[in-house]
Ligand binder design. Structure first.
Ligand SMILES: Nc1ncnc2c1ncn2[C@@H]1O[C@H](COP(=O)(O)OP(=O)(O)OP(=O)(O)O)[C@@H](O)[C@H]1O
Length: 765
């Protein structure tokens, strides 16, 4: 309990700080408006200058110089505007809720430091009124227990005494909640935060980061940081705050464009899209694995994980499982390295064609390749071939520029195309301008060939891959089975298709041959739901972003895609994958998303009982509703949804497959907005959302209805994980419907964990 004078002095401080924020905000807003006006005036002036486009060469040169100067002015003015905008945004964010924590430390004197989502200084910049949660000293708020403590600063380790740690909830300049705590961030505020309703956007957790999450957020020395965490343990939250932390600490060397996150699906990308902006940071790049492969395999239709999962539900023969295990392991990548290091493979080339005509024939490319120095490595020989082709192409450009065709094109050129070509150029004579334009015309015509050479399309990589497969002798696979798979890869190539399990070996072979495929700009790579990646895929990501530090997070218990054909210990896999790197492993066992009843039920669904500690937030027991006929099931589904909608804003019906989701969408009758989620939908909605579980990865809803958990649908080895993932999406309530006999995975659970058809299972027993 707080003495009234304590409460009053905290309330007074909030008022004073909010007043100061408002004052600074008014000042900055005026400055920003002035800066915007200035940019507008310069731009207007720039437009006028650019319009003075004359035929006289001297005038034209003068115009160009003026244009350059104006451009620089615009750039400077825009930069100033950006800085001011940033400040205004920061103050706006602080205005509503200036801070959430206070620590009192004592060195020579006693200091009270207040922690918020951004820092605030006095006008003369001599004193911090609020410390950014990412500053070194703020680390104490998350880590320190009362008493002597140490914290890291840029100048080394500092020691101090922590006398007080206080938490606040401040809404619109009023303290609505205030607690003192002696250890890590106490339960009271967390209880409050976790009890709220689901949102279409994930929220930041900076006010209540837990100690073990803080270690992940502030880790700067691991090359590969692996986070294994139970469903709802805050893995995604921790890494998003980690991105904000990294951006803050490497402000001058790291830009959000140098961070890439592999996310499980588009809904998820949208769901997390507001966390970084709410902390004043720009979002990192986001990509799904499928998008990444599609970008790299231009022209081939790539089988995606979702399609494959759907097909696996219908049939997954043993021979397919064995092939996948091999093609998705690093053994296949090692075999490629050996294949390229040993006696050199024959190389196959493609004609380079333009509008139906051969520009470079296979024979010519072959001859160039043969002429390259024999001591060079394969990739260097190909690079030399590529350079030679580009030189020959330049000669072809010159020839084309001198042709009648180019002359004709020039005469037909309209004014705007002409302007596009000459802008930013000045010529000493009309003849020089003419020569320049002819060359541009020829260059544009042959540009597709340049691109094809640049992208190594002269190499017939598909044939190369088939040749590789033909030479591999994978263990535990019969030669005849391997041969027929090779045939099916060939048929797919003819239809411009590639199976998911072939993608990584195919890309890796191409990269190793051409020496390409590596992006050295990216400094940090994040993979969410790492358990859905094969060892070969993770290895390939490291190969594709060789300078990036990796953060891999996931939960082996939520392995949806591979659970039916292999069980791997993802942590061991990662350790073996990156023996040269500093790999650090963190486990998160406290689960925050769901009520204690849902978390305990979900954990019990797993065959190997994991160590999951439920957050103590009570709610109703999960309910199993068994319906004898389909009409009963559908009626029960509508009834359950209606009941849940009376209490909650966002509920989801989760199915195993897309087909089931579509069927429910066609029949569900409720008085609310109902949305069928598909792979291409990008945002969550209020009301009822229907989707297959793989689209709900990483998401959460107030209540979940798991559709048809019958023994018929859930009896395979990987089904434990699917059910666990479904159950753990629910925050407050979980209902499972079954048509006929329910899955043994549920009925074998201790009866105390759920109720069945409205009464407790214990009572029924
Ligand atoms: N320290 C925290 N303070 C407040 N809320 C938290 C905290 N940690 C996690 N949460 C909340 O718990 C829920 C689950 O978090 P998150 O989605 O990050 O977990 P996850 O481990 O990625 O889950 P999953 O693997 O099941 O997708 C979210 O609502 C998140 O806001």
């Amino acid at each position: 309990m707080f003495a009234p004078k304590d409460r009053q002095s905290e309330a007074d401080r909030v008022s004073t700080i909010v007043e100061e924020i408002k004052r600074q905000l008014t000042e900055m807003t005026v400055k920003l408006a002035n800066a915007e006006l200035e940019t507008h005036l310069i731009e207007q002036n720039y437009g006028d200058t650019a319009k003075i486009n004359t035929v006289e060469i001297d005038d034209q040169m003068e115009t160009n110089a003026a244009v350059q100067q104006q451009k620089q002015l615009v750039a400077l003015s825009v930069e100033n505007q950006t800085i001011l905008k940033h400040k205004v945004n920061r103050l706006q964010r602080l205005q509503d809720s200036p801070y959430f924590g206070r620590i009192d430390i004592e060195d020579d004197s006693q200091d009270s430091l207040y922690i918020g989502t951004a820092s605030l200084m006095t006008d003369d910049e001599t004193e911090f009124l609020i410390y950014d949660w990412r500053s070194p000293i703020a680390g104490i708020y998350y880590n320190g227990t009362l008493g002597k403590i140490a914290y890291e600063t840029p100048d080394g380790r500092q020691e101090t005494e922590l006398k007080l740690k206080r938490q606040f909830t401040i809404k619109q300049d009023r303290i609505t909640n205030m607690f003192d705590t002696s250890e890590t961030i106490g339960d009271e505020i967390l209880q409050q935060v976790l009890g709220t309703d689901a949102n279409v956007y994930m929220q930041n957790i900076v006010a209540t980061i837990q100690r073990e999450q803080n270690e992940i957020i502030r880790n700067t020395n691991a090359d590969v940081l692996v986070v294994q965490g139970a469903a709802g343990s805050g893995k995604t939250s921790a890494i998003l705050q980690r991105v904000a932390y990294l951006l803050y600490h490497s402000r001058t060397q790291l830009d959000s464009d140098q961070i890439i996150m592999f996310s499980p699906n588009h809904l998820f990308s949208h769901y997390i899209s507001q966390v970084l902006p709410s902390l004043g940071e720009k979002n990192m790049r986001q990509v799904t694995l499928n998008e990444f492969f599609v970008q790299r395999l231009h022209g081939l239709h790539v089988e995606d994980r979702f399609q494959r999962f759907e097909q696996d539900q219908a049939s997954l023969p043993e021979s397919t499982k064995v092939m996948r295990r091999y093609l998705e392991s690093t053994a296949v990548l090692e075999a490629i390295d050996l294949h390229l290091q040993g006696s050199r493979p024959d190389l196959y080339f493609n004609d380079l064609m333009l509008a139906g005509e051969v520009v470079f024939a296979v024979s010519e490319i072959q001859a160039i390749y043969q002429e390259t120095a024999s001591h060079l490595s394969l990739s260097d020989k190909l690079l030399a071939t590529k350079n030679r082709l580009i030189r020959r192409l330049q000669q072809k450009v010159r020839e084309l520029a001198a042709s009648d065709w180019a002359q004709e094109q020039l005469e037909l050129m309209d004014e705007s195309d002409y302007q596009d070509l000459v802008i930013d150029h000045h010529f000493h004579s009309v003849a020089a301008e003419q020569a320049f334009l002819l060359k541009q015309v020829a260059r544009q015509r042959l540009y597709p060939i340049y691109e094809a050479i640049y992208n190594n399309q002269f190499l017939d990589i598909e044939r190369q891959y088939l040749q590789l497969l033909g030479q591999l002798q994978p263990p535990k696979i019969m030669a005849s089975a391997w041969q027929s798979r090779l045939e099916s890869v060939k048929t797919r190539f003819e239809r411009h298709q590639i199976r998911l399990s072939d993608v990584v070996p195919f890309l890796y072979l191409r990269d190793q041959l051409t020496g390409g495929g590596q992006n050295r700009q990216i400094q940090y790579l994040f993979v969410d739901e790492m358990q859905d990646y094969s060892a070969a895929q993770l290895f390939y990501l490291h190969h594709a972003f060789p300078l990036a530090k990796m953060t891999l997070l996931g939960d082996y218990a939520q392995d949806l895609f591979a659970g039916n054909y292999q069980s791997t210990n993802i942590i061991e896999t990662v350790k073996q994958l990156f023996p040269q790197q500093r790999v650090q492993i963190h486990e998160l066992n406290n689960s925050y998303r769901s009520t204690i009843q849902i978390t305990n039920f979900a954990s019990a669904l797993l065959p190997e009982q994991p160590q999951i500690i439920a957050f103590n937030r009570p709610g109703p027991r999960p309910e199993l509703l068994v319906c004898p006929r389909l009409v009963d099931l559908n009626r029960e589904l509508s009834r359950s949804c209606t009941r849940l909608l009376a209490k909650y804003g966002m509920i989801a019906i989760l199915t195993k497959t897309q087909a089931e989701a579509e069927q429910i969408f066609a029949t569900l009758q409720v008085d609310a907005e109902v949305t069928l989620m598909t792979e291409n939908k990008r945002r969550l909605n209020h009301g009822v959302m229907i989707m297959p579980i793989y689209l709900a990865k990483g998401l959460e809803f107030d209540a979940v209805v798991g559709y048809n958990v019958s023994e018929k649908s859930f009896s395979q080895p990987g089904d434990h994980q699917i059910l666990y993932t479904i159950a753990s999406r629910a925050m407050h309530e979980l209902i499972l419907l079954s048509l006929g006999t329910p899955t043994h995975i549920v009925t074998e659970l201790p009866p105390s964990l759920y109720s069945r058809n409205g009464s407790s299972v214990e009572a029924q027993a």
